[in-house]
Design a protein around this ligand. Structure first.
Ligand code: ZN
Length: 620
């Protein structure tokens, strides 16, 4: 925790406002300080428009909307301290708000105990999981409930069946259709104003809403508000990126898709969008700007248009696809893809580097095969169910990434690329050639139970095609470290990646472990050194992994430094405990996550080699 820091009263009180106005011009140091959990929200309007933003939940349960200049480098679940001043409210009548708006002048991310809990909660590992949710109809004086309990029960049955099918049986979304709750009319249609009032009213009535990971609050008929959205939810963090749930959503739309969609936000998913690159073009570099996304354009997907299967990126980030369901492909190969709708231990997803980035993070082509006959949830364009088989290609980040734009973009691969996304399928005998010339993707053949997909790179590509769990497609373990290959090193005890803090470029920066996020600050090139050892060159900074001052002591600092050819920068990679130990050639000691911490930010030191899992690194 921070010390010597006063966190001021944050009731939206006159005092706070006065201070901000009186001192706002004298520098950021004088502004009111707010501390709490950083959150994201998504507002869905019935007319197909939307708004996303950041919020702050304080320890005493108040919520604020945070306005930033530019894109902040924070993620949902971060514990933050901000200096901010009350901002102008959104225009009256603009629907979908979460609390008083604050203009942020400075922001600091701090560690907290709750981060630890979140990290432990994240270890789903494909095991069955029950998520308790509820639908709670609200009634204000003079209004009637918008949804009755029987209808809410039907909606929850549909949503539960939907998530059961999508997760291949792993997730049970166990829903309670709660009796309508009477409460005084809230001051406005803000999600948290209403959620807080409803939670308090429920508590007073002896009903406990805290047992639910997510509660859907339904606005009554004729509520007397003009600024309610169709749906609005706090966005959580998906399991592969460190699970935390967005705990509430608010509705005026009550169709099954509305609940499945907003719950999806609560589970950590963004919208399923489409890349509109123009007729005749399926893809362009920097697609999030050069192919203006249609936010809800993917009509085959609940986070886009309707109740249909989520795509390979989304299913991987939810860990519904795991182990060798997803293969990262960087070298020529042909794989049989099992349809995304089937429960399978086979390959169902290919993740292929595009060479492009979004928000500084690498982008991939995500390839999957779809056969709607194998599923019951099959939304298609124009409200008709999808019936055709074929390969879908989306563009999205790595599934473990926990920041930046996480909306996957579906490409339109119909002949001549009409950019309607009504028939985006790549079908047997056809090839998608990436306009960058980096890769081509061909469907060799397709049948009801598989599509054979060939991926080719100029010169055959490089590296090793590897499953999400580090194994090799078809079985076996990855070959030993190869000179010239680019690897990510995940500590066995924590699953977290070796990382240069803040993507720092400077010499002398001590390395840490951090949640794997696909950035080049976590990528290292293995360069051959004398005697079979390696230098590990950070791809982002170009600097070498180094033991500070050529120390030979326990707790010697592991840092990055200009590559200088000394033995303090040479490491022997030896198979150990399922991964590799990294023994420094100069000291003989091993790269170690200090105190076997599982926290983000835990420091790397050298320590006498002991074969423990905090000295064993998986190469990915
Ligand atoms: Zn949405």
């Amino acid at each position: 925790m921070q010390s010597g820091r006063v966190v001021r009263g944050i009731g939206g009180t006159g005092l706070t406002l006065t201070l901000a106005l009186a001192l706002g011009c004298s520098g950021a140091e004088e502004l009111p300080v707010y501390e709490g959990e950083l959150r994201m929200f998504s507002v869905d309007h019935a007319d197909g428009t939307h708004r996303m933003g950041y919020g702050l939940r304080t320890a005493d349960g108040q919520s604020f909307e945070l306005a930033f200049e530019g894109e902040p480098s924070v993620k949902p679940g971060d514990h933050v301290i901000v200096q901010a001043q009350p901002a102008d409210a959104l225009a009256s009548g603009q629907p979908g708000q979460v609390g008083e708006r604050l203009q942020v002048r400075s922001l600091e991310v701090v560690k907290s105990e709750s981060d630890l809990v979140t990290s432990r909660d994240a270890l789903v590992n494909g095991t069955p999981r029950t998520v308790r949710v509820a639908i709670l109809p609200l009634v204000f004086p003079g209004t009637t409930a918008r949804i009755d309990v029987n209808t809410a029960r039907q909606r929850l049955d549909t949503v539960s069946a939907y998530y059961k099918e999508l997760s291949y049986g792993a997730w049970t979304v166990q829903g309670d259709a709660l009796a309508p709750l009477n409460l005084a009319k809230p001051a406005n249609c803000n999600l948290d104003t209403i959620a807080n009032a409803a939670r308090a009213a429920a508590r007073a009535a002896g009903r406990d809403l805290s047992v639910y990971a997510h509660v859907g609050f339904v606005i009554p008929n004729n509520p007397g508000f003009t600024d309610c959205a169709c749906g609005l939810a706090w966005v959580g963090r998906p399991p592969a990126a460190g699970n935390s749930f967005g705990d509430g959503s608010l509705y005026t739309c009550t169709d099954p898709n509305a609940f499945a969609h907003e719950f999806g936000h609560g589970f950590g998913l963004g919208h399923a969008s489409t890349a509109r690159c123009g007729t005749g073009s399926a893809y362009k570099p920097n697609p999030y700007s050069s192919c203006p996304p249609d936010e809800y354009g993917n009509a085959f997907n609940t986070m886009g248009g309707g109740l249909g299967h989520m795509n390979a990126f989304q299913k991987s980030t939810m860990l519904w696809l795991d182990k060798c369901n997803n293969v990262r492909v960087s070298r020529d190969a042909t794989y049989d893809l099992v349809p995304i709708q089937s429960a399978s231990n086979g390959i169902q997803s290919l993740q292929i580097p595009t060479g492009d980035t979004v928000d500084g993070r690498p982008l991939y082509f995500w390839v999957e095969y779809r056969n709607p006959a194998l599923a019951s949830f099959n939304a298609g364009p124009g409200g008709a169910p999808e019936v055709n088989t074929g390969v879908h290609v989306d563009v999205a980040q790595d599934f473990r990434s926990d920041g930046g734009n996480r909306n996957p973009l579906l490409l339109d691969l119909a002949p001549n690329y009409p950019n309607t996304h009504r028939d985006p399928r790549l079908t047997s005998g056809r090839t998608f050639q990436d306009p960058n010339g980096r890769v081509s993707i061909s469907v060799v053949s397709q049948s009801a139970d598989k599509a054979s997909v060939r991926v080719t790179f100029p010169g055959g590509g490089s590296g090793t095609n590897t499953c999400s769990d580090g194994s090799l497609p078809g079985g076996g373990t990855a070959p030993g470290p190869q000179p010239g290959s680019v690897v990510r090193l995940a500590a066995q005890h924590s699953g977290k990646c070796m990382d240069v803090p803040g993507s720092n470029l400077g010499s002398g920066t001590q390395l840490q472990q951090w949640s794997c996020n696909g950035t080049n600050a976590q990528a290292f090139r293995l360069q051959a050194a004398a005697g079979g050892a390696f230098n590990l060159v950070n791809v982002n900074s170009g600097k070498c992994l180094d033991i500070s001052n050529s120390s030979t002591d326990d707790f010697g600092i592991v840092q990055q430094w200009d590559c200088n050819g000394t033995n303090a920068q040479a490491f022997r990679l030896t198979s150990s405990g399922g991964g590799y130990s990294l023994a420094n050639v100069n000291s003989g000691k091993c790269v170690d996550v200090q105190s076997a911490s599982i926290d983000d930010g835990a420091k790397l030191v050298q320590y006498s080699c002991h074969g423990g899992t905090n000295q064993s690194w998986n190469l990915r």
